[in-house]
Design a protein around this ligand. Sequence first.
Ligand code: SF4
Length: 369
Amino acid sequence: MVKSFYIHIPFCNNICSYCDFAKVYYNKNLVDKYLTALEKEIEKVYQNEVLDTIYIGGGTPSSLSLNETKRLFKILKKLKKSKRLEYTIEANFDSITSEKLDLYKENGINRISFGLESTSPKHLKFLNRSIDLTKVRNIINYTKSIGINNINVDLIYALENESIKDLSKDLDFILSLDITHISTYSLIIEEHTKLYLDNVKNISEDKDFEMYEFIKDKLKKNGFNHYEISNFSKDGYESRHNLSYWNNLEYYGTGVGASSYIKDKRYTNTKSLTKYLEKSFIKEEEILTLDDKCIYEIILGLRKIKGIDKNEFSKKYNSTIYEKFDIMDLLDKKLLCEDERYLFIPEDKLYLENEILLSFIGGSSSGKE
Ligand code: SF4
């Protein structure tokens, strides 16, 4: 049963130098047409399930004007919402206003994820972003004052010429905002981004590791739980929407470039806005075998610090994780650990996640046949 719903709003007022998401410059005419297409897609796919989480992401959802945002919420009124709904919207500080926050609140939003990324003028310039830290503080205070207390802030680290001191300053600022959730992303230079075209390189793995350890240490000391490779929260404030992905549960994804997982299929929408506006929504469809589902379960589940619930796995797949995968070598090398209930990557080996996954999946029973 699908309980999570994602909506992608691809518009941004400014294009960041590192961005490879599905996005375009804000354009009023395009927004109108996009919302019309989005409404059609939702009508086509949504089967009236009662939803536990809704997530409006982007792009920059806060780039929409007040009237456009009202129209978006009118479209989303058709979604059935459970009493324990987690309803998130992403916002950027350059486009958010107190009027938009009031509108979010009126329409049931109870979680906001803000893109901050850095506090240093030098690094913001590198990322092609601009931020007024006084506005950040005022907006966060206003968000809390209207009763939206579940607040995430995104941070990007591992930037060219970034020192631990710079990182520490960013974290100090974020911690001073007294929020409930922090997402941290190590910068990866993706193809087709401005940074890639400018020939900027990723920082060394050693430096990246040092920064990751610094973040984990500092945030834990300040009362945050590290619950997923890149995510930290105060008790009870984990992102339930994102946990539905990492728990390999079904979800709808609507909008340009979004993906869905429904029954035995994963769907990926077109990244072309032109095709999307022509209502040619889906680009790819992947039919999943039981083995495919197992592999997704591992890839997604091991992102959680708690790891994979071995009993749940057995119930879902009618065989134990040991029958499905040959993991003794990883356990012997302490690249995987287990307790009675969970199988997990130990915290000091999380930076090796990709290598561990390759080895894990290489040891699947389907892979050996
Ligand atoms: S990083 Fe976010 S705000 Fe920047 S261009 Fe990409 S989607 Fe837009």
